[in-house]
Design a protein around this ligand. Sequence first.
Ligand code: AMP
Length: 323
Amino acid sequence: MYSDIFKLISEFDKIVLARHVGVDPDAMASTMALKDSILLTFPEKKVYSVGSGSNRFNYFGKLDKVDDMMGALLIVLDTPDIRRIDGVTLGDFSKVVKIDHHPFVEKFGDVEHIDDTASSASELVLELINETDLLMDKNIASKLYLGIVSDTNRFMFNNSTGNTFRKVARMIDEYHLEIDKLYEPLYLRPMSEVRLEGYIGLHLSLTENGVGYIKLTKEILDEFGVDSAAPGNMINNFNYINEAIVWIFFTEDVKNNNIRVSARSRGPIINTTLANFNGGGHKYASGARIAKMENSEEVIKALDSLCFEYKKNNESGDMIDKD
Ligand code: AMP
């Protein structure tokens, strides 16, 4: 599969890279690293990375504006379905490639490489580079490292496999990555967000069966001086609360006139439940959009039932599966 993707990259002079709406570090890292690698390998090609950006990810590089995409090759990373692709129309392109680590939702590429056991889209780009004649340098390796670190929550999620560690270890050695220096742009944040995190800790509600939830209205966001993307960026920090096996943030998004939903789990599989609320994502890291804050009650109820079932089936409390 990687050789087919490399063949298409070699054939096209103009290549556009896209990813999902609501950009996050893995989406940004995988597209920018692949762009840099294609340009390093084929300096004469025109390669563009598109989609709406966020100032907080400027360190990954500048996004491009492209007026005429006709006839180009489109590579979509980190996105399982057409509705979540940011900034392009598939019909404008001669060929479409998909590279993704989400569970399969729909086919839209002429060539698709989907591996939902991979930790991140960045891990797949690393594999693509390792297995083809695409070139890598320290800058590209640094971006891929941050994409993998972010989507594995510093290798704490169970999407970090032995394979992930082996590939990352090799990359650290080969490109002399100074990992302590790399973390700063990824984890540095304004005091306003730290204070919001304190507020969430103080006000997180709990259901009977272990769903932690909070509803963040525009008024609350304004009080802390943060935007609607901020809570989603701190949701991983609420892992390991004894009383919450699933936790979920509902954040009012005035610009899009709906509610952003961000959920995490350390047990029950939540993406199938969130798919019933216009959402999706990974088994244990999932998101959705709902029309109104009132609808959050339905989501909480559905997740609470899920936790009830999960607890009933996992009563032993054993930490290690017995064969
Ligand atoms: P987030 O909580 O925004 O970090 O998203 C966690 C995961 O869920 C990511 O894989 C997202 O791509 C996915 N996701 C977030 N929002 C949605 C949505 N509205 N529909 C489908 N998947 C989503």
